[in-house]
Unconditional design. Structure first.
Length: 121
């Protein structure tokens, strides 16, 4: 069994808490990325999303922690098969907060990097 990857959905970068205005200035004004403000659901505190072509850049404020929330998110086919495969290899699954139109979860690779898998519904 293999995970069938479809595309990169988004990349999440982290900024220090309180740096949201500086992030908007840099990504929105200097890099001229379109900020996504009307998603139909609220973003977590400290989160700013931008559109880059057909993927999104998610910016999120976080404290300096050992296990960062930075991650790529891949759209795949058959999320539950991927969950089963990863669990069979002893990989812990984290059920992330719901987003309308997407089923998703994340896990850590052997080096501590967070990876998110998404299936559109």
């Amino acid at each position: 069994m293999n995970i069938e990857f479809k595309r990169l959905d988004h990349i999440m970068l982290c900024i220090p808490e309180g740096a949201e205005n500086a992030a908007r200035e840099f990504y929105g004004n200097i890099l001229a990325l379109e900020e996504l403000t009307d998603l139909g659901y609220p973003l977590p505190n400290g989160a700013i999303w931008f559109q880059i072509g057909d993927i999104q850049l998610h910016i999120r404020a976080e404290k300096n922690t050992e296990l960062s929330q930075r991650h790529p998110a891949f759209e795949i086919k058959n999320l539950e098969s991927a969950r089963y495969l990863l669990e069979q290899h002893g990989i812990a699954i984290r059920n992330d907060s719901p987003i309308p139109g997407r089923n998703r979860f994340s896990f850590r690779d052997p080096f501590g990097n967070r990876i998110e898998l998404i299936e559109m519904v």
